[in-house]
Design a protein around this ligand. Structure first.
Ligand SMILES: CC(C)(COP(=O)(O)OP(=O)(O)OC[C@H]1O[C@@H](n2cnc3c(N)ncnc32)[C@H](O)[C@@H]1O)[C@@H](O)C(=O)NCCC(=O)NCCS
Ligand SMILES: Nc1ncnc2c1ncn2[C@@H]1O[C@H](COP(=O)(O)OP(=O)(O)OP(=O)(O)O)[C@@H](O)[C@H]1O
Length: 303
């Protein structure tokens, strides 16, 4: 394999590692683990997320390597079924690495699933000599629709996980639905809100530039996604009503300007306190924020 392919895979894997750490450290976040507190989690804190990210770091490149084995020649449709099966097999190993590192705590299960698919599809693009851009989400949509169908829509197995139960009882498609949509919420809501916020903040000279501005724009993107994402973590802990309640609270903050409001820290800290009190954590939306961060480092797809 050419050294340049390895270098590209390595760069994208490092971007995942960085996206997870940036997401975890972003403070304040409603209901989630951050510098301020453990959010609505009694079993993990920022240290647990860091230990987990450290353990996962060497593994991200493996998903890209799987992708390189499924490179297609122009006009060839490829074997998506085998590609997906290989990605999921690496995914199960990596999930176990996470559980071993955290003594059984679910720190990054959703992230492993999302970035397994994104890096796998990116690796396939690199080996095919195609450009890596946000359009990699379209490749994920094509590959991951089978996960949604096989695991949920066409499955006659008894539900084994919270996500599977929530599909059976309420038709919620959770992490699988997001993947099958090509991460539409991250791409069309999170990334758009992030870029708009960066543009607005960049022309306000009294504001601090650099990382602080980026964090503020990321928080704005998180609020925008909280207002629309059917997060199965919320439904698991608080029932489907909890999803609507959290979305409504995020909408009210956005109506005041979201993280662009001068008083945004106080507004988000109040939201955080309410979610902690209700024991609600939007972990799926945090995963989508990590995906947004990763996508923000890629060029846009050609129109
Ligand atoms: C499909 C997965 C996510 C299992 O899901 P499960 O049934 O437990 O689903 P559940 O809905 O409970 O969610 C799991 C995680 O997804 C995230 N999530 C939940 N809702 C959402 C949402 N709306 N959007 C994005 N992420 C979400 C959360 O972090 C959550 O903890 C995955 O863990 C899996 O299949 N693992 C096997 C190995 C694998 O395939 N790895 C990835 C290779 S590509
Ligand atoms: N900063 C964060 N804080 C909390 N969760 C996060 C954060 N970032 C991502 N997540 C995601 O949230 C998920 C963990 O959520 P949660 O703890 O609710 O799941 P669980 O342990 O399966 O459920 P429960 O704790 O209700 O038994 C992880 O899969 C992870 O990917």
């Amino acid at each position: 394999m050419p050294a340049s392919v390895h270098a590209d895979l390595d760069r994208l894997a490092r971007l995942v590692d960085s996206a997870l750490r940036v997401e975890a450290r972003l403070t304040p976040k409603p209901g989630l683990v951050d510098h301020r507190n453990n959010g609505a989690h009694s079993d993990m804190d920022l240290h647990t997320l860091t230990v987990s990210a450290d353990a996962l770091a060497p593994w991200w490149v493996e998903f890209g390597l799987v992708g390189t084995r499924y490179a297609r020649t122009p006009g060839e449709s490829g074997d998506d079924e085998a590609f997906l099966a290989d990605l999921r097999s690496v995914g199960r190993t990596v999930e176990q690495v996470m559980f071993d590192a955290t003594d059984g705590i679910n720190t990054h299960k959703g992230a492993v699933f999302a970035f397994g698919l994104l890096l796998g599809c990116a690796g396939r693009r690199i080996a095919e000599g195609r450009r890596i851009d946000v359009g990699v989400c379209d490749d994920v949509a094509e590959v991951a629709t089978a996960v949604l169908v096989d695991d949920l829509i066409a499955s006659d197995r008894a539900p084994a996980t919270a996500g599977e139960r929530l599909f059976r009882d309420h038709g919620l498609t959770g992490a699988r639905g997001q993947a099958a949509s090509g991460y539409a919420t991250a791409r069309e809501v999170g990334l758009v809100a992030y870029r708009e916020a960066m543009e607005i903040l960049a022309v306000q000279p009294h504001l601090a530039l650099g990382p602080m501005m980026r964090d503020r724009a990321l928080l704005h993107a998180l609020l925008a996604m909280l207002a629309v994402n059917a997060d199965t973590n919320l439904a698991h802990r608080g029932g489907v009503d909890a999803m609507g309640w959290v979305a409504g609270r995020a909408e009210r903050i956005l109506a005041r300007g979201g993280a662009l409001d001068p008083d945004y820290v106080r507004l988000v800290e109040m939201f955080d306190d309410e979610l902690i009190h209700a024991r609600l954590s939007p972990g799926g939306t945090a995963d989508l924020l990590a995906v947004t961060i990763w996508l923000s480092a890629l060029p846009q797809a050609p129109a």
